[in-house]
Design a protein around this ligand. Structure first.
Ligand SMILES: Cc1cc2nc3c(=O)[nH]c(=O)nc-3n(C[C@H](O)[C@H](O)[C@H](O)COP(=O)(O)OP(=O)(O)OC[C@H]3O[C@@H](n4cnc5c(N)ncnc54)[C@H](O)[C@@H]3O)c2cc1C
Ligand SMILES: NC(=O)c1ccc[n+]([C@@H]2O[C@H](COP(=O)([O-])OP(=O)(O)OC[C@H]3O[C@@H](n4cnc5c(N)ncnc54)[C@H](OP(=O)(O)O)[C@@H]3O)[C@@H](O)[C@H]2O)c1
Length: 468
């Protein structure tokens, strides 16, 4: 089958008269299910395929890329496009199969046991950290309380979050001081033009986690005097713990000195040593304030930890967004502890001293043939490069495991394809993705946009179904 495109751009160039490959089943030795086609799953698939192993990717979303597509800030066009090119190259590989719009898990389209029955010899869970982490505070169900990941998915146009209504008010508290906080603040400043953004840290200025590059996007709106006062307030405590308050101060000032204007009047500040304890609502069930407890810091086992002082105060807010990281999806069918899948503490196939093996704490043994990588191994940790490395390493662990398994005598692939055709919902193939990319690229050109993205599954499926 050949796909013809009239596009003179990079997508058109890639796919112009390119043969649409099907899985080469002749030299298939092992078959591995890869659950999740984000950076970890895609780079694992590439590594596996270089060793006569056929990876079959199952992805919840129609499009691949995970948070690289639907998490990285939308304006980072160059970075996102470079990643998309790498992902396309992986999907172009003959022995990499892709089934999109397929949810794996206990309440999904296919559960882990069914994957085993379909003939996969190993299963890699690289589904990211899809569970939202909440603090369990009174008032979390009020209107105007959100989890950062849901909002991030929304503004990156991932269905169905793209269609969800977010009632962002004028005064927004963002809990957490990592890079997700800066992305959320950027959106609130650049797009929503809210009056006030307050980033709330449970620990001190010495524990800020955002990077210089990410702070750059919001620093022009930062109330520098207010931040300096907060650092001064924390200074005696920091000195007592051997921390130099001048370090975070100099860091923030250095970024501020190079600030580019955002064109928005939003006032942004940071408050340290505060833990949310309660969200207060008005008579309409909407957030009106955030109650926080003041913290002190202690050093315990070499780590700086926040400890509540019992003193509470109330800050007027109409929106609260938690940017405190995510947990893994408990419905995937693997045991979870502390927001993460449990890993084999004594791995049979460690790579660089890391365990990639899923573990059953009740049976006290590894779950045979099931591996975890990327944010599914360590929730909300690291950049794309880290997920990529984890994908490569887990593939090495899986290859060692497969040496303990017999090679396949007969390919289960025809049966798997038949099963997917009869799943009772549209299953997206590599050909479908190409078609979608071409149409989105055409639409971007017509509209004079840097990129165009359909924001519902219905629109994407309609395009995919259209005859060429
Ligand atoms: C807001 C935000 C901004 C970021 N910005 C940057 C940045 O600028 N630069 C950078 O380097 N890193 C950035 N990161 C980090 C980067 O996105 C992650 O490191 C990386 O995407 C993690 O890759 P992953 O493959 O482990 O998981 P993910 O990227 O989350 O991919 C998971 C994949 O699994 C699929 N999936 C989920 N559940 C299932 C299921 N049950 N069945 C089947 N498929 C499933 C999803 O559809 C998805 O495709 C950002 C992260 C966030 C949250
Ligand atoms: N542009 C980028 O490059 C980019 C953008 C977004 C994300 N990322 C990456 O994605 C990963 C995840 O980012 P992230 O911002 O979600 O995580 P993060 O960097 O770990 O920051 C999480 C923040 O939430 C706070 N927090 C966690 N649990 C809390 C609790 N129970 N109560 C109060 N506060 C709590 C943390 O405070 P403590 O420190 O006290 O725990 C920290 O300030 C990081 O590796 C990040 O670099 C990168």
């Amino acid at each position: 089958m050949y796909i013809k495109s009239s596009l003179p751009d990079k997508i058109g160039y890639y796919y112009l008269f390119r043969k649409v490959s099907s899985l080469n089943e002749d030299n298939l030795k092992h078959l591995v299910a890869v659950v999740g086609a984000g950076p970890a799953g895609l780079f694992a698939a590439r590594e596996l395929s270089s060793a006569d192993v056929h990876p079959v990717l199952f992805n919840r979303d129609i499009k691949p890329g995970g948070l690289a597509e639907y998490g990285i800030y939308p304006e980072k066009h160059k970075m996102k496009e470079v990643l998309r090119i790498q992902f396309r190259q992986i999907l172009e590989m003959e022995c990499v199969e892709y089934f999109g719009n397929v949810l794996i898990g206990n309440h999904g389209d296919i559960c882990l046991d069914q994957l085993r029955q379909l003939g996969f010899q190993a299963i890699l869970i690289s589904a990211g950290a899809q569970g939202t982490k909440w603090l369990g505070l009174p008032g979390e169900n009020l209107k105007g309380v959100y989890h950062a990941k849901d909002l991030v998915y929304h503004y990156n146009r991932l269905p169905p979050y793209s269609q969800q209504k977010f009632e962002i008010g004028r005064r927004v508290a963002v809990v957490g001081v990592g890079n997700v906080m800066t992305d959320i603040a950027r959106y609130l400043i650049e797009v929503m033009h809210v009056d006030d953004v307050t980033a709330i840290a449970r620990r001190g200025p010495g524990e800020i986690k955002f990077d210089r590059k990410e702070l750059e996007h919001v620093v022009a709106n930062l109330d520098l005097k207010g931040v300096d006062e907060e650092i001064e307030r924390a200074a005696p405590l920091m000195w007592s713990l051997g921390q130099d308050p001048n370090y975070p101060k100099t860091f923030i000032h250095a970024v501020y000195d190079k600030a580019a204007p955002t064109g928005s009047k939003t006032h942004m500040t940071m408050r340290f040593l505060l833990s949310p304890t309660r969200i207060l609502g008005d008579e309409n069930g909407r957030v009106r304030a955030l109650e926080v407890e003041e913290n002190t810091l202690i050093r315990e086992a070499g780590e700086i930890k926040a400890r509540g002082t019992g003193r509470r105060r109330v800050i007027d807010m109409d929106t609260v967004i938690f940017a405190i990281g995510d947990g893994v999806d408990e419905n995937l069918g693997l045991p979870v502890e502390q927001f993460e899948f449990i890993k084999n503490p004594n791995p049979r196939f460690p790579i660089e001293d890391v365990s990639y093996e899923a573990f059953d704490p009740v049976a006290e043994e590894p779950i045979d043939g099931v591996f975890v990588a990327g944010w599914a191994r360590r929730a909300s940790t690291g950049l794309v490069g880290i997920a990529r490395k984890d994908g490569v390493n887990v593939a090495r662990a899986i290859l060692q495991y497969l040496q303990t398994r017999e090679e396949l005598q007969e390919s289960p692939l025809p049966g798997i394809k038949e099963f997917m055709r009869n799943l009772g919902k549209p299953v997206i193939t590599k050909q479908d993705l190409r078609r979608l990319e071409i149409v989105e690229q055409e639409r971007a050109q017509q509209l004079g946009l840097e990129e165009f993205k359909f924001s519902t599954n219905e629109e994407m499926l309609a395009v995919i179904r259209q005859p060429l």
